[in-house]
Design a protein around this ligand. Structure first.
Ligand SMILES: *Cc1c(COP(=O)(O)O)cnc(C)c1O
Length: 416
């Protein structure tokens, strides 16, 4: 018998990642407090000390989502798992779902509906535009048998913000439940689950929460819980079946899967930091850094993809200026400045850059580093640049938009 050579051909040692500045569409920089929380001793997922921490985590999440939904917890898996969790539980074979697509993530929602055996009725909007509420209204009139309306609040592939409150109102008027993707909005843009009457919501740990990737906070209203309990067929995914998962995240604490304990310490710390800062303050900080970056980018002749009123402060999609090598700019920012920015996806590939200012990455020093680096790289590529003008514009924007005083932390909505 022969044995294969399974030894690695390359000399392998401990992995030390370089220190980057993450200004792309996610992940964003992890706060050092969150990183150190993650390095604490691993506990068993049924240890009472750990389960007490989970209860705190759930109430911190209720604060972040502004909801009193009892069913609010982080799913073990990235944002995509949170997305799938909503669809597999809420869509049964034959169900009609109105899905709004104005970017990449709306497209994934369509995939989810179809894989659950549902019928996706697609409401299309241009990439870079918000979801058009009138089109949703029309689709609902034409499909009175629709059960769910699904849309992305903050479309990270384009940087467009849609009016979640209005879209939920329309959906409810037509007796539909709503599934809302808030992976990029949670912590970065105003979001109020109870006030806006969102039924099912999911997010991600790695965008505006200053936490590493791998967890997906979700929250479901009582209406969703009822729907899932009264489903006819079994949920086709064992792992994501809410009825089973509740045994662990609910009060009985039976084993479902091994929760990623250290990752959950990180999310707990990140949400605690958001609570300390105050949600409104965090929203204002994201807005302020966006305003400064925008002022700087505009002096470099850079234009935004999204109309001003629908722009996400945490995700700045801009056209690559004429005569500039899109890929080479990103390569140089990474090589010379350890600075990561995002490229365009789909039809926008090669045409836009995406500058993320999310969570811990949303800060003045990153805005300044980025503008300074762009001036140098553009100049090297033959663009006429007056050094310092972009930073100066950002400075003036900061001066004109002081941060509101840090309020005392807002009271948590509910502590179960
Ligand atoms: C990042 C993102 C996702 C997917 O999250 P992953 O953690 O990459 O699975 C889904 N929706 C939106 C809007 C996102 O920005």
């Amino acid at each position: 018998m022969t044995t294969k050579n399974f030894y690695p051909t390359k000399k392998i040692g401990t992995f030390y990642p370089p220190q980057r500045v993450l200004m792309g569409p996610g992940p964003s920089d992890t706060h050092p407090r969150v990183l150190s929380a993650m390095a604490r001793p691993t506990l068993g997922h049924l240890d009472p000390v750990f389960t007490d921490m989970m209860e705190e985590l759930k109430s911190l999440l209720r604060y972040a989502f502004q909801t009193s939904n009892l069913l609010t917890f982080p799913v073990s898996g990235p944002g995509s798992v949170g997305m799938e969790m909503c669809f597999v539980n809420m869509v049964s074979p034959g169900d009609k779902v109105i899905v709004c697509r104005n970017g990449v993530f709306g497209g994934r929602m369509i995939e989810n509906v179809q894989r659950c055996g549902g019928i996706a009725v697609v409401v299309e909007d241009k990439w870079g535009a918000p979801v058009d509420p009138q089109k949703v209204e029309d689709a609902l009139k034409q499909n009175p048998d629709a059960k769910v309306v699904a849309f992305v609040h903050a479309e990270t592939s384009t940087g467009a913000l849609s009016d979640a409150k209005l879209l939920c109102e329309i959906a409810h008027r037509h007796n539909c439940l709503t599934i809302v993707d808030t992976v990029t909005s949670l912590g970065g843009s105003p979001l109020k689950v109870d006030e806006w009457k969102i039924d099912a919501i999911y997010s991600g740990s790695q965008k505006c929460l200053s936490c590493p990737p791998g967890l997906s906070p979700i929250s479901f209203s009582e209406r969703v819980v009822e729907l899932v309990k009264n489903r006819k067929g079994k949920v086709q995914s064992w792992f994501m079946d809410l009825n089973l998962l509740l045994g662990y995240w609910g009060t009985t604490r039976t084993y479902h899967h091994t929760a990623p304990t250290n990752a959950l310490y990180a999310l707990h710390e990140a949400l605690f930091m958001l609570y300390e800062e105050g949600l409104e303050h965090s929203w204002a900080r994201h807005q302020r850094n966006h305003t400064a970056l925008k002022a700087g980018l505009e002096t470099l002749g850079i234009e935004y993809l999204v109309e001003e009123k629908s722009r996400l402060p945490q995700l700045n999609s801009v056209y690559v200026p004429e005569g500039i090598d899109e890929k080479e700019v990103r390569r140089r920012l990474l090589a010379d400045y350890s600075l990561e920015i995002g490229a365009g996806l789909g039809d926008l590939a090669g045409k836009i850059w995406r500058f993320g200012l999310m969570g811990y990455s949303s800060k003045m020093e990153n805005v300044m580093l980025c503008l300074n680096a762009l001036e140098t790289v553009f100049s090297d590529m033959g663009k006429k640049i007056e050094y310092g003008t972009a930073e100066a514009a950002a400075h003036y924007a900061y001066a004109a938009n002081p941060l509101p005083q840090q309020a005392a932390p807002v009271k948590a909505v509910a502590v179960a």
